[in-house]
Write a new protein. Structure first.
Length: 385
């Protein structure tokens, strides 16, 4: 099984050595790294990646010029992506797919690996497994309830719909074993969890580990959703053509992408899993007020976005085909409301454009059954920019 670990960075990614040592210790030989640079990435990054490649395993670094050359076949995607943007990891994900990766693991450069078989545990992505599986009558499950907070404080994953918070008592939840294909394995974070800026401004949340009663891995029953992020997260190969991180929707790039995958996985009978492996997040410095600005639209729009997603009837037999149905469906049923600001309308239009560009890229890369078409962007989306 071929596994690619992808990250973006504006630092020399020294944490990769620990990941490489961990993979070697646990006997994983078919692992490689893809590092995507940006305008602020130090010049020594190339040399550092070369040293990882010389001592451990393949480690490819793409600076801006290398990215531009790589995307010459996909000019729409090159034009759509922004500089100084973590969402340039889309390029690394595309590269991993073209390289033939069976599993893609995305990490942030502040995720510190622990003494676990990181690659082996994430390798459940793409496997048919029997796992404890949760189903909720509300259609939502707070995965952060599996974690032990140092002061016993309840909290939610960044991007969990505002209207669904603090309503667990209204829902019936059950956990039972089920055998499903694992489409995504989302590992948790200790110390500094991935929560909203508003929650960070309110109080400090510190995660000590999984609760004693929590399983190492818990899957979601199709129709029961939770957001997952793009750090310490493994995707099976088939998911990549539907997993696009929009650079135009603030800090909801990975959140809305995760809801799209939740929708498609449920349609195909696949599972999204949470739990191990764990990493320690020593969070890079953030301006929480800027983070809040970059989250506000998402906090307002996520409930209607997810309602629209659930309403779209899917017929596709794989993630690529379903992404197109979702992009077109959202254009029809997720319409601006009276309270939407111009910024919110821009988020919607940019997201739809990006989804269709991503679909177009994979249309160019492979043929889907009898649908060997090149996707065309509808005028309503193409006219935005």
């Amino acid at each position: 099984m071929s596994i690619s670990i992808v990250t973006t960075t504006i630092h020399i990614p020294v944490l990769l050595e620990k990941y490489a040592e961990n993979a070697r210790f646990y006997g994983h030989s078919d692992v490689d790294f893809i590092v995507i640079g940006d305008r602020k990435t130090p010049s020594g990054t190339r040399e550092y990646c070369a040293s990882i490649a010389a001592r451990y395993c393949p480690c490819e670094y793409l600076d801006i010029e290398a990215q531009k050359t790589y995307l010459e076949r996909f000019p729409r995607l090159w034009e759509h992506l922004r500089f100084d943007s973590i969402q340039r990891r889309n390029i690394g994900m595309l590269k991993a797919f073209e390289n033939g990766a069976d599993v893609l693991i995305t990490i942030d450069d502040d995720n510190l690996i622990m003494n676990q078989d990181f690659v082996g545990i994430h390798g459940i992505a793409g496997s048919q497994l029997e796992l404890p599986t949760v189903e909720s009558s509300s259609g939502w499950f707070n995965v952060c309830s599996l974690l032990e907070e140092s002061n016993g404080t309840a909290f939610y994953h960044r991007g969990f719909p505002v209207a669904q918070r603090w309503r667990e008592s209204e829902a019936f939840q059950s956990v039972s074993p089920a055998c499903r294909m694992v489409a995504v394995n989302a590992g948790f974070w200790l110390d500094d969890p991935d929560i909203d800026a508003l929650a960070r401004l309110n109080r400090q949340i510190v995660v000590r580990g999984l609760r004693e009663t929590s399983p190492d891995t818990l899957a979601l029953q199709p129709g029961t959703w939770s957001p997952f992020n793009s750090q310490n997260t493994a995707l099976m190969r088939d998911v990549i053509p539907a997993y696009f991180l929009s650079p135009w929707i603030g800090r909801y790039d990975d959140i809305w992408a995760s809801y799209i995958i939740n929708r498609i996985a449920g349609h195909l009978g696949h599972a999204v899993a949470f739990g191990h492996p764990l990493v320690r997040q020593k969070r890079n410095e953030h301006d929480l007020w800027k983070d809040l600005d970059a989250e506000r639209n998402g906090m307002v729009l996520t409930d209607s976005f997810c309602d629209a997603l659930r309403s779209i009837a899917l017929k596709g037999s794989d993630y690529h085909a379903c992404l197109y149905e979702i992009a077109i469906g959202l254009a029809d049923c997720w319409l601006p409301a009276e309270r939407w600001t111009d910024s919110m309308k821009d988020w919607r239009s940019e997201l739809l454009e990006g989804l269709l560009i991503w679909h177009e890229v994979f249309d160019d890369l492979r043929t889907l059954g009898n649908l060997g078409r090149l996707c065309r962007i509808p005028a309503e989306v193409a006219s935005v920019r």
